[in-house]
Design a protein around this ligand. Structure first.
Ligand code: GDP
Length: 138
C-alpha cells in the first residue's frame, strides 16, 4: 500500500475562500502535507490531467471549470492515503456525500465539488508526477 496520494482544492473552493478551512481539516485528519502549491491550469493542462474522462459528456465543462481560476495541488501522506483522502472528501456529488465530508461541507454540485483525490496508488503516482518534481516533495 502506498502512503501518498494527490489532492486538489478545486477552483470553486479557492474562490469561496475555503483553502484554509480545507487545510485545517487535512491537518485534523492526520495527513502530513509533503508538497503544496497554487496553480492556475491552462485548458490544455486541465485536459491532460483529466484525459481518462475525454469521452465523457461532462469533459468540456470539467476542464473549463478546472482552468477557470487557481487551484491548490497537494501531496498528502498518511497510512492508506488514497482511501483516507477519498473518505475525507466524500462522494463525488456533494448532495449524496456523508455529513462531515469535505464535499458535503464545501462542494456546490457534482461538477463543482471542492476537491479532487486520486482513485488508486497507480494514479496517485501519475498525478503527483504531473504537478511536482521530486525536489518539490519533502
Ligand atoms: P471523483 O473521483 O469522485 O472526483 O469522480 P470521477 O473520477 O468520476 O469524476 C471526476 C470529476 O469529474 C468529478 O470530481 C466531478 O468534478 C466531475 N464529474 C463527474 N461526474 C460528473 C457529472 O455527471 N457531471 C458533471 N458536471 N461533472 C462530473
Amino acid at each position: 500500500m502506498n502512503n501518498q496520494t494527490f489532492g486538489i482544492i478545486k477552483p470553486d473552493a479557492v474562490r469561496a475562500g475555503n483553502i484554509g478551512n480545507i487545510i485545517q481539516r487535512i491537518n485534523d485528519s492526520g495527513f502530513k502535507i509533503r508538497a503544496l502549491k497554487l496553480v492556475h491550469l491552462t485548458l490544455k493542462e486541465a485536459e491532460g490531467f483529466y484525459a481518462v474522462h475525454r469521452e465523457r459528456p461532462f469533459f468540456a465543462g470539467l476542464t473549463e471549470f478546472m482552468s477557470s481560476a487557481p487551484c491548490v495541488v497537494m501531496v498528502l501522506e498518511k497510512e492508506g492515503a488514497v482511501k483516507a483522502w477519498r473518505d475525507l472528501m466524500g462522494a463525488t456529488d456533494p448532495a449524496g456525500a456523508e455529513e462531515g465530508t469535505l464535499r458535503k461541507e464545501f462542494g456546490d454540485s457534482v461538477g463543482e465539488n471542492a476537491t479532487h483525490g486520486s482513485d488508486s496508488d497507480e494514479n496517485a503516482a501519475i498525478e503527483i508526477a504531473y504537478f511536482f518534481s521530486n525536489l518539490e516533495i519533502v
